[in-house]
Ligand binder design. Sequence first.
Ligand code: NAG
Ligand code: NAG
Ligand code: NAG
Length: 180
Amino acid sequence: MANQICNLSPQNLLIITLISLLSINKSLHETGAQETGMSLIESTCRKTEYPEECISALESDPSSFNANLTGLTRIAVQKSESKLVDTLNTVSSFVLNATDYMTWGFLLFCRDSYNASVPQIQEGLQAFDKLEFEKSYRSVEAVNKAVVECDKQGLKMLSQVNSVLFRLTKDTMAIMDLLF
Ligand SMILES: *[C@@H]1O[C@H](CO)[C@@H](O)[C@H](O)[C@H]1NC(C)=O
Ligand SMILES: *[C@@H]1O[C@H](CO)[C@@H](O)[C@H](O)[C@H]1NC(C)=O
Ligand SMILES: *[C@@H]1O[C@H](CO)[C@@H](O)[C@H](O)[C@H]1NC(C)=O
């Protein structure tokens, strides 16, 4: 039983080759003009420190699949903001449950610093829409610094949520760097 491909005449092979070359050329042009979708999410996230986290954060927003780089960057800032609010809520519930004075004090430090970062990154999101990318970048950087400061308190119960917020803000900063 001979393979079908082997039975093709040279003329037919030439036609098939030409058609393939034309369609490859076409898709290259489309990508160059305005890359969006899964390939843009992946190629963007590959340039960050934590690509897996970056991809899953962006993919969790369906509008990422139609966004260009500017749109993806805004989504990353938004994701950083919502993750900050989640983290603040987690820390606040630990504050209410704290059973020893030292832990309570460390938790208060983290809660206050995350709480102060919320209006800052919300302004950063507004700044983004006014194309003030530098201001927007600094608001994300401020959240990242707040995580580092909170983490220095050495609270084991926060290490997981802090690590998620640290990585997301770090990746968001890396994506913003691509815009400048
Ligand atoms: C990116 O997409 C936005 C709409 O989401 C559009 O306003 C903007 O012009 C696009 N930027 C580029 C460089 O095409
Ligand atoms: C705090 O305590 C409440 C009631 O005991 C409990 O439902 C909640 O899960 C606790 N929260 C944390 C973060 O441990
Ligand atoms: C959090 O910050 C807001 C201002 O954005 C302030 O009004 C509020 O009292 C703060 N909450 C805590 C628990 O510190």
